[in-house]
Design a protein around this ligand. Structure first.
Ligand SMILES: Nc1nc2c(ncn2[C@@H]2O[C@H](COP(=O)(O)OP(=O)(O)OP(=O)(O)O)[C@@H](O)[C@H]2O)c(=O)[nH]1
Ligand SMILES: [Mg+2]
Length: 216
């Protein structure tokens, strides 16, 4: 099914797992070593999905505990979410259920892909494939292990997630056609969201100064 509006994707997961790096790899095709801590940031790009150009709004949220109440506001209208952990830090994997609950508390429809980032650090990897497979199967989610640094599997993450989003939209489209009131509501929600998007200074909120290398 064709999508005639932008697709909105959010990132979530602990700080330092590489959410921003993954988005920058996908959009700018580059890896940055020293990225400022994110509060909320927006990137926009286009992607060819089923032979049609679709606009993607990528809402990058900060993983620091103190931003949780702020960023959950951005989850509500997401079509899809990247639930990211760092394969070298098991604590970031252990936090995934909490992040998923935060998303599901405000959005039970968004398609979700779990991303285990930093697989280039093979020697430091301490989240096993079995662990993530079990977690993903339990929650009926797909997962990808990737590296923003080398670019491995980054394109695949977005292919997988956007296909899942389209599939879920096409499954619910008949319901929407049957309920024009709901559809109008969703349209105005989205327009409101567009306005919100334009109001953000330079589309971004970062914390300055930037963090140096990984802290822990
Ligand atoms: N080795 C390696 N380092 C990475 C990778 N992705 C990100 N990093 C590094 O990890 C650090 C944190 O990356 P960010 O993308 O800023 O992490 P984040 O999840 O956006 O963090 P918050 O904005 O605080 O939530 C940076 O120093 C990145 O250069 C990767 O795939 N491999
Ligand atoms: Mg970030």
């Amino acid at each position: 099914m064709a999508l005639n509006r932008p697709m909105k994707i959010v990132t979530l997961g602990d700080s330092n797992v590489g959410k921003t790096a993954l988005l920058l790899r996908f959009v700018k095709k580059t890896f940055y070593d020293d990225i400022p801590i994110t509060i909320v940031d927006i990137l926009q790009t286009q992607m060819n999905i089923e032979n049609k150009k679709v606009d993607l709004f990528l809402w990058d949220t900060g993983g620091q505990e103190r931003f949780k109440s702020l960023i959950s506001n951005y989850f509500r209208l997401a079509d899809g979410a990247l639930l990211v952990y760092d394969v070298t830090r098991i604590s970031t994997f252990a936090e995934l259920p909490g992040w998923l609950s935060l998303l599901r508390a405000v959005n039970d429809k968004a398609s979700v892909v779990i991303v285990g980032n930093k697989i280039d650090e093979a020697d430091l990897k301490n989240v096993t494939l079995t662990a993530v497979k079990d977690f993903a199967a339990w929650h009926r989610l797909d997962f990808v292990e990737a590296s923003a640094k080398t670019g491995e599997n980054v394109e695949e993450i977005f292919q997988l997630l956007t296909k899942k989003i389209l599939k879920s939209i096409s499954l619910t489209s008949s319901d929407e056609a049957d309920n024009s009131e709901d559809t109008e509501m969703e349209k105005s929600d989205f327009q409101q969201d567009d306005t919100e998007l334009k109001l953000l200074p330079s589309n971004s909120m970062h914390e300055v100064p930037s963090r140096k290398k990984r802290c822990c």
